[in-house]
Design a protein around this ligand. Structure first.
Ligand SMILES: CC(C)(COP(=O)(O)OP(=O)(O)OC[C@H]1O[C@@H](n2cnc3c(N)ncnc32)[C@H](O)[C@@H]1OP(=O)(O)O)[C@@H](O)C(=O)NCCC(=O)NCCS
Length: 150
């Protein structure tokens, strides 16, 4: 298992990133400004996250995903722990992430990794996504914002 930074000429792992963000257009809107980290197992990409410097000393995980057949094995937690370590090494003081109100597992994972809720952007998904999103039987409307500080 290896987590590495994607090189400049390499293609983004869209098949993974689209699991977290259903619109390629939305991914492309932030991809240029992000570092993309890829988790590989036996040479195949099994996970990825994208990191964006948003404010002084602050980075945000813009996208995080684990291949569907590998979910629930601790890889997501490993990606977040990698992002925290990397951000500390780079001199950041806080790491942020946003997720949908209906993303119950993600909200569980992020809080288990120490993130705390800082706010809610009401109707974010209604305004920014063309198609309605339903998860766990819950309409995804609001963006829950979380932050880890050190
Ligand atoms: C979200 C995602 C990256 C997590 O990766 P994963 O490898 O499946 O997650 P892990 O196995 O590392 O960890 C899951 C953790 O969340 C916890 N969790 C999951 N569902 C939970 C719930 N409903 N309540 C509480 N905790 C929950 C698990 O107990 C586990 O915690 P642990 O590390 O203490 O055992 C992955 O499921 C994914 O790619 N989903 C699709 C894309 C996506 O939604 N990305 C995030 C967009 S905001």
């Amino acid at each position: 298992m290896l987590i590495r930074s994607l090189g400049e000429g390499e293609t983004l792992p869209y098949e993974l990133l689209l699991l977290a963000d259903p619109e390629r257009q939305a991914i492309d809107a932030y991809a240029d400004r992000c570092d993309c980290m890829v988790m590989e197992e036996n040479g195949a990409a099994v996970g990825a996250y994208m990191l964006l410097a948003t404010r002084p000393k602050t980075a945000e995980i813009m996208n995080i995903a684990v291949r569907e057949d590998c979910q629930g094995r601790g890889y997501g937690r490993k990606l977040i722990e990698h992002a925290v370590r990397y951000c500390k090494e780079q001199g950041y003081r806080q790491l942020e992430i946003g997720t949908g109100n209906s993303s119950l597992g993600q909200l569980g994972l992020y809080q288990k990794c120490g993130f705390r809720v800082t706010g809610v952007e009401r109707d974010y998904f209604v305004r920014h996504y063309a198609e309605p999103i339903i998860e766990n039987g819950i309409p995804c409307r609001d963006m829950i914002r979380l932050r880890l500080e050190w």
